[in-house]
Write a protein that binds this ligand. Sequence first.
Ligand code: GLC
Length: 540
Amino acid sequence: MTIDKTKVVYQIYPKSYKDTSGNGVGDLKGIIEKLPYLKELGIDMVWLNPFYPSPQRDNGYDISDYTAVNPLFGSMADFEEMVACGKELGIDFMLDMVLNHCSTEHEWFQKALAGDQYYQDFFILRDEPTDWLSKFGGNAWAPFGDTGKYYLHLFDQTQADLNWRNPHVREELFKVVNFWKDKGVKGFRFDVINLIGKDEILQDCPVNDGKPAYTDRPITHDYLKMMNRASFGGEAGFMTVGEMSATTIENCILYTAPDREELSMAFNFHHLKVDYKDGQKWTVMPFDFEALKDLFHTWGEGMSQGNGWNALFWNNHDQPRALNRFIDVKNFRNEGATMLAAAIHLSRGTPYIYMGEEIGMLDPDYDSMADYVDVESLNAYQELLAKGKSPAEAFEIIRAKSRDNSRTPMQWDASANAGFSSGTPWLKAGKSYPEINVEAEKQGQIFPFYQDLIRLRKRYPIIAEGDYRAAYKDSDKVYAFERHLGEEKLLVLNNFFAEDVDLELPQAYQGGEVLISNYDTQPLTDRITLKPYQTLAIIV
Ligand code: GLC
């Protein structure tokens, strides 16, 4: 099943979008209230992070009931109203399916703990743990009650990995997917889905914290095919995206090539590790432009040639804001935000906008560890101290890398709490909200630029359909690519630095039409100058 490639997805972290009840937590009614805003932006689909019942150890990625709405966010009636209101405006919903693990408070785990063997086989229990590490720190195995056995948790201890080898587990999970599909959603985002296929015999793996032992295992493709057949496969217009942890191009082609009937597209994270010192997240380092450019080219060309499909993004609820990572925001926030946007919206794949990105939101600039909530950040802080960092050094790292950076309340206006809530927000608003907020930015440069990019995608098939070719591969300042569709060609130049860059323009593009730029246009002769963080797209 092929998808509509003109579509653009907008990600909402429900907890932080708009609180209408005053409890400090965003809710579904708040999303309904803001649908006209999203219509104005022009997006087609909203991906919602989990809003299901959950103890919130990992902000809803620890689900205790897959087919209900957590009262914190509203009711099932609110959900149905949201879908109906969206439909009227031409906005569909994509839900987050967390099927690799469930909360240890889920009844399956509780029954298993109570001794029910049927449910014990829902989890991955072993007499001897392997040496794998949890992605949230520490060993990936925890004692299973007082049975003397251990259960696997690749994430927090309260997130128990499900045993996909058991057909009853698959059946239950496919029922969950169908439950929401029947409620009218048109898309799914599958959380860490390339980790579901565990080998029958689990072995120690000292490499890379054990990741190769459970990542992209061949059986994962079989499971995805089964799920596709049992649920969304064959539904016209349905969009599915897999979150792929530490994956490869080869696998992402297999996950997403239409004839494979697995998923529509895949998120990978390699381009967001280019500011990891020695591959380690909890470090601070300026981004490596060469690495970023090479990764974009390798993935762009590899997926294009292999007929795979990328989900394109700079931001999500797990990443600090890209503006803070890649741009001199003190001097060039507008230019940088628009350049980053064009660099992915004009590339080959489906673009995702993370709430607040369309107004150039920044990391919150918190002053103290007490402002952070995220379990991963709190664990990392303790680990950094244990490794000998001073509190000040550890804080600097958390400040740059915490997932809470993107989870702060959406900045609607300059009123208290950024207009997000009349109560006390569950996470403090970022310091920038008096200046950077929807009300102000609608008259600014970034929001209208996103609107233009979305419109262009719908008007020019080359943006949605064209293939991807690397350009100016040797430039140490400019990330550039071409798109080709039939006789048509598009060249996209993105200056990633706060300085002018002179370039030779290939003859084919001289005198071409400027499709979009974040600066006033210049004559397209044999030599051109890109201004700081300029993006320039030329079509011929
Ligand atoms: C994904 C989610 C992240 C969550 C993790 C475990 O990476 O995006 O927020 O913590 O999976 O479910």
